[in-house]
Design a protein around this ligand. Structure first.
Ligand code: GAP
Length: 447
């Protein structure tokens, strides 16, 4: 372990550094900050929303556009509350909650080590655990009675199951095929924390793959491999990735088998994506509760069956935290420290920054012209304030892969310097060929 590094190989105190970089550079802000914040909800700023969009699009491209056998969907967050009875969430989506009688802080009983309160230090003060349902409840329509209860969805998966027939019939897919969806999910977590790792409002990127029973184990393995491969292609350090198999006592109520993809965060190994064999649990429950046939008829064999489901379920915000934590680096160059985000160029919020070396001699005018023309095809950022070194550092912290500088030579021969964020190499490129140059560089490592 290098001096000062944590066990996961990250720089010391990474979570605090990352939180402060995210705020300083406009990636992530605390929700309702001017009112003192709200329990574990975060807002994505100008750079954060770009990064999040890029990650979501990369997932969509991988899971929908590249696959003839997967269709997209965007279902509502609010659903008929019977959905959550059928899915088992009303009854079983709970965590064991205890309260310290001394300081009145609440904890998840399964996360406590021993009888001592982690907040006030008193021993033996916990109440008996009671099951606490994590779903947010609200009412639909103007009357707030039991019949009007609605839930904010705690997972996007159910929107897919209830649309299984719609999608299968309209898209004319044959089994095996999948349905993918990205969207908000809400959980009233007892102990949210670690920045955007565990929040009460988050986005999921889920895909449900419907297969013939008996072929599920094979598909489960194939999806484990495929999903790990994608995570590696994002550029995540392979040594900080591993699979974790759920033991029988850890399996969710719907799962026959489950593997997490875990990342070695500064606070330990934790999941950010799960691959689950949900069997025909969800479809059979929806068939029972809705009294609508959800069976699949296989024209080739003449068989009729309820498909099994292999689910891949990733948190968008949590994957984004993996991307940020893994990209964060501190380097020393000629005695000066620089902080940078080694983001995959496809994920980087800004692809190129354009600077005039100095704010005179017509350089800003040329630089603005270059920035405006690039802006037609790429997100670019123009900056003329501060020393050139400071401007480079700001872009390093934003993860911008290329910085373009207009200098004295540009005025003579219409060429600019292009600086590479990671290697710090600079090369001269004619303005006329700049767009193609950047596009070729960005395409060199497609996601
Ligand atoms: N449909 C299956 C499902 O929801 P899960 O393991 O409960 O499975 C899947 O959640 C993923 O959603 C997790 O791996 C994580 O990335 C993300 N996730 C779950 N709860 C979260 C929370 N409170 N905050 C942020 N992300 C969360």
């Amino acid at each position: 372990m290098a001096n000062g590094e944590s066990e996961s190989g990250h720089p010391p105190d990474l979570m605090n550094k990352l939180t402060s970089l995210c705020k300083r550079r406009g990636f992530v802000f605390q929700s309702s900050e001017i009112y003192g914040g709200v329990g574990s909800v975060y807002d994505y700023g100008p750079l954060g929303v770009e990064l999040k969009n890029n990650l979501r699009q990369a997932w969509w491209r991988e899971m929908v556009h590249r696959r003839a056998d997967i269709e997209g969907l965007d279902a509502g967050i609010l659903m008929n509350s019977r959905v959550w009875e059928a899915s088992g969430h009303v009854e079983g989506f709970t965590d064991p909650l205890v309260e310290c009688r001394n300081c009145h802080r609440r904890f998840r009983a399964d996360e406590l080590e021993g009888v001592q309160c982690p907040s006030c230090g008193m021993s033996g003060t916990f109440t008996e655990p009671r099951q606490f349902n994590l779903m947010f409840k609200t009412f639909m329509g103007p009357v707030e009675d039991e019949g009007a209860v609605a839930y904010l969805r705690p997972e996007t998966a159910q929107g897919i199951y209830v649309n299984f027939r719609n999608v299968h019939e309209t898209a004319r897919q044959k089994i095996p095929f999948g349905i993918a969806q990205v969207g908000k999910a809400f959980r009233n977590e007892i102990t949210p924390g670690n920045f955007i790792f565990r929040t009460r409002e988050f986005e999921q990127m889920e895909m449900q793959y419907f297969v013939k029973p008996g072929t599920d184990a094979e598909w489960f393995e194939a999806w484990m491999e495929r999903r790990m491969d994608w995570v590696r292609r994002l550029g995540i350090t392979p040594e900080r990735l591993r699979f974790y198999e759920h033991g029988a006592d850890e399996l969710a109520h719907y799962a026959k088998a489950a593997f997490d993809i875990q990342y070695h965060f500064p606070f330990g190994w934790q999941e950010f994506e799960g691959i689950h064999n949900r069997t025909d649990f969800d479809l059979s429950r929806h068939q029972e509760f809705s009294r609508k046939k959800l069976e699949y008829f296989d024209p080739a064999s003449g068989d009729r069956f309820l498909p099994y489901v292999i689910e891949t379920s990733a948190g968008l915000d949590r994957t984004l935290l993996v991307v940020l934590a893994d990209a964060y680096a501190e380097e020393e160059i000629e005695g000066e420290k620089r902080v940078l985000l080694h983001l995959h160029p496809h994920l980087a919020p800004i692809k190129a920054a354009v600077f005039p070396l100095v704010k005179k001699d017509g350089m800003p005018e040329v630089a603005r012209r270059v920035a405006d023309s690039l802006r037609e095809s790429l997100p670019v950022f123009y900056d003329e304030t501060g020393s050139i070194g400071r401007r480079y550092r700001r872009q390093d912290e934003a993860g911008t892969p290329y910085c373009i500088t207009i200098d004295g030579v540009t005025l003579e021969d219409e060429s600019v310097t292009v600086r590479d964020r990671d290697t710090l190499r600079q090369e001269r490129v004619p303005i006329a060929g700049l767009r193609q140059h950047l596009q070729a560089a960005l395409e060199a490592d497609p996601l």
